[in-house]
Ligand binder design. Structure first.
Ligand SMILES: Nc1ncnc2c1ncn2[C@@H]1O[C@H](COP(=O)(O)OP(=O)(O)OP(=O)(O)O)[C@@H](O)[C@H]1O
Length: 291
């Protein structure tokens, strides 16, 4: 699918609509004419190598950074002059967050909740992110993964309509990541739109309705994870063991090959595996070609 609708008008119904976004730092062009629409209620993952322009794009949408050119609408408003009532609909989980505070985990959440008209109960949020046992602990005494959970808690306590998650699970142990994924899915069921940046391709695949790949400040493709880079039509790799050796064949017609192998082996085909390119495979190929 083409990522850009250059020339198309902003999408008034989208949660985020961006046309021709440009951001320069001195002579360096960090975001280079980016077009993107994120629908209400979807989880959209922005993927890209270090320095591609993801955080810059996200921070412009949050109203934290100015832009040099282009049009941006977030929940119908231009973030450059977003009012307080507009900001109150956003939840933000930054790359580096709450860490060094002298307040306890619970105190931080209560303080954050006080900025919103209809916040979620801070103790419920602590429970959701698995920090109930750490309610009375100061931010700086939390482990790295626990701080990220606290960042997530601070981002969601205001019941945001649109939640920005910048590399939210960095430092999480595998179990905490799974718990976080189920938390994100339950937020989606409540209708929350989420813009996620992540370097974990499995995370994008598990959570995102659509992914966008950004390199050198340009969006190179937008697709549902299973279709990115033509994954669904890429040759399948069939491998098995025959005469003591590992055999591998890439084929566009794996079913035909399996039928043929079925006639060659009387029982099970030894060590049979059929694989399509993973999201990581196509992503790495895509950013390699774009360099
Ligand atoms: N305040 C700044 N001044 C100068 N250059 C900057 C500034 N902020 C970002 N950049 C540059 O802009 C480019 C894009 O940075 P950005 O943080 O948006 O990348 P990213 O895709 O989020 O990367 P990462 O995956 O490493 O977080 C980088 O080359 C970065 O060095």
């Amino acid at each position: 699918m083409l990522p850009a609708q250059s020339g198309a008008p902003l999408d008034a119904d989208a949660a985020i609509s961006i046309r021709g976004l440009v951001k320069r730092y001195g002579d360096f062009v960090a975001v280079d004419g980016l077009d993107l629409d994120i629908r209400r209620g979807e989880i959209f993952a922005l993927l890209g190598p270090n320095g591609a322009g993801k955080t810059t794009t996200v921070e412009i949408c949050e109203g934290y950074r100015s832009r040099d050119a282009g049009e941006v609408r977030v929940l119908g408003e231009d973030p450059a002059d977003g009012a307080r009532s507009w900001k109150a609909q956003l939840g933000i989980v930054l790359q580096s967050g709450a860490g060094e505070s002298q307040l306890t985990t619970r105190e931080m959440l209560i303080a954050q909740a006080s900025y919103y008209a209809d916040p979620q109960d801070p103790d419920e949020v602590l429970e959701l992110v698995g920090l109930t046992e750490k309610a009375g602990v100061r931010g700086k005494a939390l482990s790295g993964g626990q701080r990220r959970r606290l960042d997530v808690a601070l981002g969601i306590v205001g019941r945001p309509t649109l939640l920005f998650l910048d590399e939210p699970t960095t430092g999480f142990d595998p179990e905490a990541r799974r718990q976080f994924w189920s938390l994100i899915r339950s937020l989606r069921e409540l209708g929350t739109t989420m813009l996620l940046t992540t370097h974990y391709l499995d995370e994008a695949e598990a959570l995102a309705d659509r992914v966008g790949v950004i390199t050198r400040g340009k969006l190179v493709e937008v697709a549902v994870p299973s279709l990115l880079g033509g994954r669904e039509t890429a040759p399948a790799v069939v491998s098995w063991t025959e005469d003591g050796a590992r055999r591998t064949e890439a084929t566009a017609t794996p079913t035909a090959l399996l039928r043929e192998l079925g006639t060659r082996f009387p029982g099970e085909i030894p060590d049979l595996a059929v694989a399509r390119p993973t999201l990581e495979d196509v992503y790495l190929q895509m950013i390699g070609e774009a360099r």
